[in-house]
Design a protein around this ligand. Structure first.
Ligand code: FES
Length: 166
């Protein structure tokens, strides 16, 4: 084999390797795009609520992942609950998924309680189960505090702390 042939083979080998490496890179990029959730799906998982305009004692209801979410800014007269209150900018809030933990009916807010009409379950102002068949308090959705905003759908040390206690 001549020296010229050997050089040519080395060059062709290197060229094939380069083409294979570039092809492999673009295949990985395409596979990642396929696996990643669509932007619309990502956005649907999070809901941001600005708590600053909320009035004390008024129930604010929003929807997160098709579930009703109750947000109540507590008044000074309402019992504080360190195991469940979400504290944002010095104010205490009840934040919970508005589905009864018995069989999933939506409780209504009346006179400082959440009352489930389906089987008479009652939750207190903080969402603790206090009467009837509900096996536990209203669930707290995963949240993160961002200034005066609550980001639902993201966990945080504050959320983890409450979930351990609630
Ligand atoms: S579903 Fe609420 S008490 Fe049964």
């Amino acid at each position: 084999m001549s020296l010229e042939n050997s050089e040519r083979r080395k060059f062709i080998g290197a060229s094939f390797s380069a083409v294979a490496a570039v092809g492999g890179f673009f295949s990985l990029v395409a596979m990642k795009k396929t696996w990643d959730p669509l932007p619309s799906v990502k956005a649907a998982g999070f809901t941001t609520v600005d708590l600053s305009p909320l009035k004390e004692g008024e129930l604010h209801q929003i929807t997160w992942r098709k579930k009703p979410i109750f947000i109540l800014k507590k008044t000074a007269d309402m019992k504080a609950d360190d195991n469940r209150d979400v504290i944002v900018d010095g104010a205490r809030y009840t934040v919970c998924i508005g589905l009864c933990t018995h069989l999933g009916c939506i409780p209504s807010y009346k006179s400082g309680q959440f009352i489930c009409a389906c089987h008479g379950g009652i939750f207190d102002i903080s969402g603790n189960a206090v009467f009837g068949p509900p096996p536990r308090g209203l669930d707290i959705p995963p949240f993160k505090i961002d200034g005066t905003k609550l980001v639902l759908g993201e966990t945080s040390p504050e959320f983890e702390k409450l979930v351990k206690k609630a």
